[in-house]
Design a protein around this ligand. Structure first.
Ligand SMILES: Cc1ncc(COP(=O)(O)O)c(C=O)c1O
Length: 373
């Protein structure tokens, strides 16, 4: 039996009548860009994320970028983030004109190590972007405390963490803003591109709302130099349908993670760590192995889907060479990039599919450890 890495078709089949009706509604209403469905989604998703405002944009990267712009962050400023993330967290800083500054991750959670932040703060630092990687919130209490002490803003990169919780509070309103991606494979995925910034700050919300739509609150009254970064009506309507299912899907992901953990128990396979004070939403379930390429080849040969999130820490990518960082500066990020291996994870994943994945992985683990079966 082959096991896919994700299965968007299974999810669509399960909700086809609702999605098709939502699409038909947009065709009938012709509200193709922004419109009532996007406005409703903004209300519903900001409520869901326990934030006062939500502004729908055309992807998660721009949800990050417009947040930075709304506070006037730009050339001459520095923004602290982690190198073990998708490149977009860093690109958004770069677009603003500010300089990305890296701190390493906690090797257990793969999220920003708060103990390393203060050494990276300079007179130019304006903001911190913790990334809720794989669906696990970064350690927000110490991050918020450091930010407060130094007068810095905090932008949560929640692109992989819809509905995740830290100390019982949803990501989305813990920092000054949060950015979500609705890329199709995300926990809440559109059928195309989409994103949203959430915030409790009315002024930031107003600015982002203007910036995504040519810098105007009223048509042709361009107060700011803005952009065309609007969320489409079709995506708004589809996301509203899918949001109603999100908690059920998140529970299914958590159940699947629990099944993997049970299957791997005692095998020596390095399973992901979830901090006790978080609701991890398992966008990604990543194990670790120093023999990754061998494992990938073996899983591929068996038709078992897998992925790497992400194979290169951003400070070692050619695109960001000009920041001047060198190999060895962020050892935990570098090691995680070399060893993490993502296994199939999606709400419709079945126990028998997981048993197959686990059997293949445990066989590799035993072969590597030289343990006979
Ligand atoms: C951590 C992280 N940040 C930012 C992004 C950017 O989101 P998008 O692809 O919607 O621009 C993504 C998703 O791709 C992500 O995983």
């Amino acid at each position: 039996m082959s096991v896919p890495f994700v299965d968007l078709k299974a999810q669509y089949q399960a909700i086809k009548p609702e999605v098709d009706a939502a699409i038909q509604h947009i065709l009938d209403s012709t509200q193709f860009v922004l419109g009532a469905e996007v406005a409703e989604l903004e209300r519903e998703f900001s409520d869901y994320s326990q934030a006062a405002f939500g502004i729908g944009v055309n992807n998660g990267t721009n949800a990050l970028y417009l947040a930075l712009l709304s506070a006037g962050i730009g050339p001459g400023d520095e923004v602290i983030t982690v190198p073990f993330t998708f490149v977009a967290s860093v690109s958004a800083i770069w677009y603003s004109g500010a300089r990305p500054v890296f701190v390493d991750i906690d090797p257990r959670t793969f999220t920003m190590d708060p103990a390393l932040i203060e050494a990276a703060i300079t007179a130019r630092t304006k903001a911190i972007i913790p990334v809720h990687l794989y669906g696990q919130p970064a350690d927000m209490d110490p991050i918020m405390e450091i930010a407060k002490k130094h007068g810095l803003l905090v932008l949560e990169d929640a692109c992989q963490a819809h509905g995740a919780e830290y100390n019982g509070v949803r990501v989305g309103g813990i920092g000054d803003w949060a950015a979500f991606s609705f890329y199709p494979g995300k926990n809440l995925g559109a059928y195309g591109e989409g994103g949203m910034t959430t915030t409790n700050n009315a002024e930031y919300a107003r600015k982002i709302r203007m910036l995504r739509d040519w810098g105007a609150e009223k048509k042709y009254q361009h107060e700011l130099k803005g952009f065309n970064m609007r969320l489409e009506g079709m995506q708004g309507a589809i996301l509203r349908v899918k949001l109603k299912h999100l908690d059920k899907w998140t529970q299914a992901r958590a159940d699947a993670a629990g099944r993997y953990n049970a299957l791997f128990a005692g095998s020596g396979v390095q399973t992901p760590y979830a901090a006790p004070n978080v609701r991890h939403v398992y966008h990604i379930y990543a194990i670790r192995t120093p023999e990754r390429q061998k494992w990938i080849d073996a899983l591929n040969a068996k038709g078992i889907g897998n992925g790497i999130h992400y194979p290169h820490p951003v400070h070692l990518l050619p695109a960001f060479e000009d920041l001047g960082y060198k190999k060895g500066q962020f050892p935990h990020s570098e090691k995680a990039a070399a060893e993490t291996l993502s296994l199939p994870m999606f709400p419709e994943l079945k126990a028998d599919q997981q048993a197959e994945v686990a059997a293949a992985v445990i066989e590799l683990q035993r072969a590597g450890a030289g343990v006979s079966r």
